[in-house]
Design a protein around this ligand. Structure first.
Ligand SMILES: Cc1cc2nc3c(=O)[nH]c(=O)nc-3n(C[C@H](O)[C@H](O)[C@H](O)COP(=O)(O)O)c2cc1C
Length: 229
C-alpha cells in the first residue's frame, strides 16, 4: 500500500473507532424513560424509521411472526394506562408501539412466506420445496404454547432492535412487560386481526423533570459479564 493508501486507511480506522464510540454514547444516553413530555410528538419520519427497523429485524427462519401496532391517540393511551399497571409512560408518550405475535402460524402462513421468497428472489419451487416441507412438518408437531413461545422470542428481538435504533435516533423509549396482554388484545381488537400483544414500547421525548434521566446506569462489570476464551 502506498503512503496515500495508508493515510486513507488511518482516517477510515479513526472514523470507525469514532462510530463505535458514538454507538456506546448513544446506548449510555438511552434509559427506560419513566416520564415523557406529553406535549411533544415525534415527527413522522422518525416513526417511519422505527417501522422500517422493526420490519428489518432478523427472525428465526425469516418467518417474521410479528406485527407492530402504532398508537398516537391520547384518549386510547389513557385507556390503556389502566391496563399497564397505571404506568404513566403509556398516557404521556408521543406514540405507543405494541409488538404483537401472529396467532395462526399454520401451513397457510408458512406457505405465504415461501411465496414471498419466490417472488422476491425468483427462487424456483423445486429449490424451496425441501425447506418448505421441513418447516411445515416441524411446525405441525409443535403445540400452540410452543409456537407462541417461539414467536414471543422473536418479539423480544424486535424490541432489542427498536431500543438500539431509538438510542441512535435520539428517541426516548421505555420497554414494557408491565401490562395486561389480554386487556390490550381486547381494547385494540387484536384477536380479530389474528394477533396477540407481547410487548409495549412507549416512545417520544423525556420530560425535563424525569429524575431517572440523571441516574447512573446500573450494570454488572464487563469483566463479570463477558467471558473471553
Ligand atoms: C423486557 C423488558 C420489560 C420491561 N418492563 C418495564 C416496565 O413494565 N416498566 C418500566 O418502567 N420499565 C420496564 N423495563 C425497563 C427496565 O427496568 C430497564 O431497562 C432496566 O432497569 C435497565 O435500565 P435502563 O434501561 O434505564 O438502562 C423493562 C425492560 C425490559 C428489557
Amino acid at each position: 500500500m502506498d503512503d496515500k493508501g495508508k493515510s486513507y486507511s488511518c482516517i477510515f480506522a479513526a472514523q470507525l473507532k469514532k462510530l463505535a464510540m458514538d454507538i456506546i454514547e448513544s446506548l449510555q444516553w438511552r434509559y427506560a424513560t419513566k416520564k415523557f413530555n406529553n406535549t411533544k410528538l415525534l415527527p413522522q419520519h422518525k416513526i417511519e424509521t422505527l417501522s422500517k427497523a422493526f420490519n428489518l429485524t432478523a427472525t428465526s427462519y425469516g418467518l417474521q411472526p410479528l406485527r407492530l401496532i402504532i398508537i398516537q391517540n391520547k384518549e386510547l393511551q389513557k385507556r390503556l394506562t389502566e391496563f399497564s399497571w397505571n404506568q404513566q409512560q403509556v398516557a404521556d408518550a408521543s406514540h405507543i408501539l405494541v409488538i404483537c405475535i401472529e396467532r395462526d402460524l399454520d401451513e397457510k402462513y408458512i406457505n405465504s412466506y415461501f411465496e414471498n421468497v419466490k417472488k422476491t428472489r425468483n427462487t424456483s419451487d423445486e429449490i424451496l420445496k425441501p425447506f418448505r416441507e421441513q418447516l411445515i412438518s416441524s411446525f405441525s408437531m409443535k403445540s400452540v404454547d410452543e409456537i407462541n413461545t417461539w414467536a414471543s422470542k422473536q418479539a423480544y428481538l424486535a424490541l432489542g432492535n427498536l431500543l438500539t435504533v431509538c438510542a441512535l435516533e435520539e428517541i426516548d423509549s421505555c420497554p414494557m412487560e408491565g401490562f395486561i396482554p389480554a386487556k390490550y388484545d381486547e381494547v385494540l381488537e387484536l384477536e380479530n386481526k389474528g394477533l396477540k400483544s407481547v410487548l409495549v414500547l412507549p416512545v417520544g421525548y423525556r420530560a425535563d423533570d424525569d429524575m431517572f434521566s440523571g441516574f447512573k446506569k446500573v450494570r454488572r462489570s464487563i469483566e463479570e459479564t463477558v467471558i473471553h476464551y
